[in-house]
Design a protein around this ligand. Structure first.
Ligand code: G6P
Length: 494
């Protein structure tokens, strides 16, 4: 690989929490197509067009990938290649909030085959421990290949000679090798935001060799955890005729570096928000509206079956039924951010979750007093931090999660070292946040026990745990994550 490989140092920006979420029409938008030294590629652009009646505006896209990458990207003067979330419209490249967006258009049939089908009904469930049965439909493979080729083509046009392309997530696993075929001069990194499954599960995938060959086109393939990286190296040797160690895989007469790069958040940005007057007043208002002295338990997730929302609700019902905590002493707030609403499993989950919420209200509610508040909508970042500040207990109990940034955001927001994080053992975050109350989310009895313990935890123990958690995330923020990845990519032996 040429000596021009970029070795970037991303510096933390001066905290500027204003205007983070809704970018609005006042941001500078211009038509332009210019190449960059660094190109980021992900299924979604950092902004999506939201239509209300005849009006439309740009909002920050949902999900952990965008919230993690947005802060680092503002300094990079790079180009971000991705989909706008709209179908059938071609939007020219534009700059917004200092980021050059390079849209890849998708038509309805591609959204069904590539996004809803192959990505979200095969790869997503399979990589999350197959907690829903993947549907290995042959017809979804071609759109996946075609759309990956389109993204590779766009990245090849957007990157300068000898530049760097960083490809993200499970929608685009073929892009590294496709891009290498078009642009051998470019340095290519790939990062998977979700878990990479063990051999016994990955072996089910009818296109396992093609997927591996796609990923092995990168110079560096990164995962959230060491186990994910190890699983990948093992299947690459078994199904793609690769050789080498778990760290350096040899494939097609090249070396591919494989490793764990646990993603994080912009800790300072959350701290600044948590200290700002309007956010603090909003949190006080939330607390008052939720019943003053009652302890507040918070759950906040995309409405996804991997997040364990239904099991968590069943555990809350058990907690109240058992009378281990009196119904008047606590209140549960569950925010469920709408997600992938055209996919059958997500529709079923919504019915199940809303049924459980209704049952809990019916069994334990009273006139003018409800044990549970359920909101099916997204929240902006200031409201989010106000909720974190109001919550005595944060429940992050996915059945499987690559990392889970909500856990880190809650910790970053708890400036006064109070509050308890209950965290699933099956998240990437649990590998770092060891002072949380860890729990097996499949075990309703254990969840009930953890909730009770969290609600009763003395302030001194809360402070010891929270200080330790805060130290961990401050040492490993999103800037460190990005710099480590870029550094590895710049010096990778290829
Ligand atoms: C997860 C994935 C992201 C994805 C996000 C939102 O965090 O890792 O790649 O963008 O969910 O999901 P969506 O399907 O709305 O893009």
């Amino acid at each position: 690989m040429g000596p021009q490989a970029v070795n970037l140092l991303i510096v933390r920006p001066i905290p500027d929490p204003y205007g983070w979420r809704t970018l609005g029409l006042n941001a500078m938008i211009q038509d332009l197509k210019r190449t960059s030294e660094v190109v980021l590629v992900s299924n979604r652009l950092p902004v999506q067009q939201v239509k209300r009646g005849r009006m439309s505006h740009w909002e920050t896209s949902p999900g952990g990938l965008v919230s993690a990458l947005r802060p680092i990207i503002r300094d990079l003067s790079c180009t971000w290649v991705g989909w706008t979330g709209e179908t059938g419209v071609e939007i020219a490249p534009f700059v917004q909030d200092g980021i050059q967006n390079w849209p890849v258009p998708l038509v309805n049939a591609e959204v069904r085959g590539f996004y809803e089908g192959f990505s979200n009904r095969i790869i997503w469930p399979l990589y999350h421990d197959a907690i829903r049965q993947p549907e290995y439909r042959q017809a979804w493979w071609k759109p996946y290949v075609d759309v990956n080729r389109r993204f590779a083509q766009a990245a090849s046009e957007a990157v300068e000679p000898g530049g760097t392309v960083w490809v993200h997530d499970y929608h685009l696993q073929l892009v590294p090798s496709m891009l290498r075929a078009i642009r051998p001069d470019v340095r290519i990194g790939f990062f998977l935001h979700i878990p990479f499954p063990p051999q016994e599960l990955f072996a089910q995938l009818p296109w396992r060799r093609e997927i591996l060959e796609g990923l092995l086109g990168a110079d560096v393939v990164g995962f959230q955890t060491r186990i994910g990286a190890k699983n990948f190296a093992e299947v690459a040797r078994r199904f793609a005729n690769a050789t080498g160690s778990d760290e350096i895989v040899q494939f097609d007469e090249r070396s591919v570096q494989v490793g764990a790069f646990p993603i994080s958040i912009d800790v300072e940005q959350f701290e600044t928000l948590a200290a700002s007057d309007d956010v603090v007043s909003q949190s006080i208002e939330f607390r008052a509206r939720l019943g003053g002295a009652r302890k507040i338990i918070l759950g906040l997730d995309r409405l996804d079956y991997t997040k364990g929302i239904d099991t968590r609700l069943q555990a809350f019902r058990e907690l109240l039924r058992s009378r281990r905590i009196a119904r008047d002493d606590c209140v549960f707030v569950q925010i469920a951010i709408p997600s992938r609403e055209h996919v059958a499993e997500y529709k079923e989950l919504r019915v199940k979750v809303e049924g459980l919420v209704g049952e809990i209200e019916g069994e334990f509610g009273d006139i003018g007093r409800t044990p549970i508040h359920y909101l099916h909508r997204s929240v902006d970042q200031r409201e989010l931090v106000a909720l974190y500040l109001a919550a005595d207990v944060m429940l992050v109990t996915p059945l499987r999660d690559g990392m889970n940034l909500v856990a880190k955001e809650y910790v970053a927001s708890r400036l006064n070292n109070t509050g308890v994080l209950v965290l699933s053992e099956f998240t990437g975050a649990a590998k770092e946040l060891k002072s949380a109350l860890l729990v097996n989310p499949h075990d309703i009895g254990a969840l009930v026990g953890r909730m009770e313990r969290a609600l009763r935890m003395p302030a001194a123990e809360q402070a010891i745990r929270m200080k330790s958690l805060r130290r961990t995330i401050k040492e490993n923020d999103v800037y460190k994550w990005a710099n480590t990845f870029f550094h590895t990519l710049a010096y990778a032996r290829t």
